[in-house]
Design a protein around this ligand. Structure first.
Ligand code: MOS
Length: 725
């Protein structure tokens, strides 16, 4: 099904099932620990051996020699694989660094060997006996130090943008700000580590794994192993979080496949928690310079945003300027993205790459500017709203309710009680303040396929390689199929995460919900045609209450399948609708924070997000996404930072004891409001994504609340105690 003109009325609009706050179908399995994660799939294949990955102990250089004698002689050891005997490995499309080092080492904890043994303990113990001699080379590990050598990234499509005369307008502006903000390297810190079980049947490979993008992982595993994609099956039905860390094929998968081939039996591998930060990807640190100029009435006349980040050779920049191209009006504009070569582990996508760190900077700058103008920060943002792409004014937004998000949020939050002057509201020893930030995240359209089956019991089964990374995919797909086929939710079975199913959009970039349900919509539309043809009914039949009704006639849905199951498969594809119209999601984040006037300790008291993101397919799972993202935003604001050892080039705090993330106790009260919105430009579902919108802007809203509370302006995240005093 091609979707390239705005949607008209369709069966989803009835909202009998879609749009309801249905409990997650997989919820009870997840909360009772009975949804098996990759490492726990003991029953999928017999005779599983354990693999333990040995990571490089240098960040850059060469492996001179590996001595395996001691490890090989250790109890229970079955096989050891290093680059020396792994055979040629192809380059996966989505990886920057190789997943197996040798002889060159490209980053710390890059895999250098995998030890396979009968038990996990034996594999780990033998891993410690692998002796590797390195020749360490000098590397670059400090973004601030490498910044002057940063260049225009060749892998980014639009690293720079310019409209009219930024420099002239900025210089002439009566009120202006020129400030630099920094965000640190961050780790996804998902609950379930990267894990895979690999099994060969001749030249065919099956991988039970934990992955967001099944089609990418299948493609890249085949490429890396040098076998046809048709020989690879990837299966990932339950996933304990991804946040972008499981978008790409990683060492657990490739090393398990290599180890299983050499051991001649299935091998399971989990990345130990202390391996994840340095072996996999992370959100790269940024340095961001923002310049804003305005007239005294608050109208922005010049807005400029430059961002520097680092990565390995061939890596991509963090596109932190992305939202600044689209969020506020202003006749004179400039954005610039520069990339420095760093020998730290590979930087890549983490929840809302681009906007999440970008808004952490931009939305503090907006707060600083509002203060200079003597304006309320909500009013300043509202005044500079735009309904068209400010770089290409001929392009409208498909929907844009930023102003309503900010105004509704202000009313609901009690923003009128905020004191404009910092440090003036006290509650005992605590100084109390409020902060606001706009939220913005793009809405990406990705093709997505699904297959649906109808049997003579009236059961509708959906099959797609779409993943549920904890987001609620099972549930919204079931809701979509139930709505389309006119059956109750308990008559729908959803099967996900298997590469033998039609290829979906996958889970990433908050595109999963809208695109994968649209693929199911398309397949169901085809199944409806098969049903009406079978029943001899008109194609505009109404499907409801497990019946099909048209032209005064009505038949049972099951009648259509009485001679055998009906099967339909289709793909949603998009034309250039999102080129003609800018598609984005919007929100307003409001935070009340308290700062201990003696110690500088920060406590978040209340958070509110008002979101405009098209039709909300399931308000309960969408709300969970947003509060999870707000919590992650609090982590980014106050706690999360991978500490770089600038001498030896690795992240020092590479476990959850050293890399701190917030817990429920850190955030007493969170509220989420969704504006009643449908976006006929986004898909037949008229929905968009919310999972990343929820984090966008949160960090700055917290920083602004802290400033309002106590008058300390921190521009260097995370806002830890040492920066408060
Ligand atoms: Mo996301 S960072 O594209 O999973």
């Amino acid at each position: 099904m091609k979707f390239d003109t705005p949607a008209t009325t369709n069966p989803i609009d009835r909202l009998r099932v879609v749009g309801k706050p249905t409990d997650r179908i997989d919820g009870k399995y997840k909360t009772t620990g009975t949804a098996p994660y990759a490492y726990e799939r003991h029953d999928v294949v017999a005779n599983q051996a354990y693999g333990h990955i040995v990571g490089a102990a240098i960040a850059k250089g060469r492996i001179e020699r590996i001595d395996l004698a001691e490890a090989q002689a250790a109890p229970g050891v079955i096989a050891i694989v290093t680059a020396a005997d792994a055979g040629p490995l192809g380059k996966a499309q989505t990886n920057t660094a190789k997943l197996l080092a040798g002889p060159d080492v490209q980053h710390y904890h890059q895999a250098v060997a995998i030890v396979v043994a009968e038990t996990f303990e034996q594999a780990r113990a033998a891993g410690a006996l692998v002796r590797v001699e390195y020749a360490r080379a000098k590397g670059a590990y400090d973004l601030a130090g490498a910044k002057s050598g940063a260049a225009t990234p060749d892998k980014s499509e639009h690293p720079d943008s310019a409209v009219a005369d930024f420099a002239g307008a900025f210089a002439a502006a009566p009120v202006s700000i020129d400030a630099t903000y920094t965000t640190p390297d961050q780790s996804h810190a998902m609950m379930e580590p990267h894990a895979s079980i690999a099994s060969w049947q001749g030249d065919k490979l099956t991988l039970w794994t934990s992955h967001q993008m099944i089609a990418w992982s299948k493609r890249d595993l085949a490429k890396t192993m040098g076998i046809p994609a048709a020989n690879v099956r990837v299966d990932s039905p339950y996933i304990g979080g991804g946040f972008g860390g499981k978008l790409f094929l990683r060492a657990d998968a490739v090393m398990a496949a290599l180890a299983a081939r050499k051991a001649g039996r299935p091998v399971k591998v989990a990345l130990a928690r202390p391996m994840i930060a340095n072996n996999t990807t992370h959100r790269p640190a940024t340095i961001q310079r923002i310049r804003i100029g305005a007239r005294r009435d608050g109208t922005i006349t010049a807005i400029g945003h430059e961002s520097w980040s680092g990565n390995l050779a061939d890596g991509s920049p963090e596109m932190a300027v992305q939202q600044t191209r689209l969020l506020y009006a202003g006749a004179n504009r400039m954005t610039r993205t520069r990339l420095a070569l760093l020998d730290l582990p590979e930087g890549n996508a983490m929840r809302a790459p681009g906007e999440a760190p970008g808004l952490m900077a931009l939305e503090i700058a907006m707060d600083e500017m509002a203060e200079k103008l003597g304006m309320d920060p909500v009013s300043f943002r509202v005044l500079n709203d735009t309904q068209v792409d400010p770089e290409k004014p001929e392009r409208p937004f498909s929907q844009r309710q930023l102003v309503k998000c900010l105004q509704d949020g202000a009313a609901k939050f009690g923003w009128d009680k905020r004191a404009a002057k910092p440090g003036t509201v006290r509650d005992g020893r605590w100084l109390v303040g409020m902060g606001v930030a706009s939220a913005f995240r793009n809405n990406m359209l990705m093709k997505s396929a699904a297959r649906v089956r109808l049997n003579d019991k009236g059961v509708v089964t959906v099959e797609t390689d779409m993943t549920d990374i904890g987001t609620g995919t099972y549930t919204i797909i079931a809701q979509t199929a139930a709505e389309m086929m006119g059956v109750p939710l308990d008559k729908v079975v959803v099967k996900l995460g298997d590469s033998d199913f039609p290829a979906s959009a996958g889970s990433g970039g908050q595109w999963g919900a809208n695109n994968s349900t649209s693929g199911v919509y398309a397949a169901c539309a085809k199944l409806r045609e098969a049903v009406t043809a079978k029943l001899g009914l008109a194609t505009d039949a109404v499907f409801e209450d497990s019946r099909v009704k048209a032209g005064g006639r009505s038949a049972k849905l099951t009648d259509a399948a009485r001679d055998g199951e009906l099967v339909a498969e289709d793909l949603i594809e998009y034309g250039d609708l999102d080129k003609k119209m800018q598609q984005s999601t919007f929100g307003g984040h409001f935070v009340e924070a308290a700062v201990d006037s003696y110690t500088g300790e920060v406590r978040i008291r209340r958070m509110l997000a008002v979101c405009a993101a098209g039709r909300i397919l399931n308000p309960k799972s969408a709300r969970s996404q947003v509060i999870g993202a707000m919590t992650m935003g609090a982590g980014a604001a106050l706690m999360e930072e991978l500490a770089v050892d600038k001498r030896f080039g690795f992240f020092v705090n590479h476990d959850l004891a050293g890399y701190e993330v917030p817990v429920h106790a850190d955030i007493p009260h969170q509220e989420v409001v969704f504006l009643d919105e449908v976006d006929p430009q986004s898909s037949p579902m008229k929905a968009k994504g919310v999972g990343e919108l929820g984090i966008c802007g949160v960090g700055a809203a917290i920083a602004n609340a802290i400033y309002n509370a106590c008058g300390v302006r921190v521009r260097d995240y995370p806002i830890t105690l040492d920066k408060m005093i």
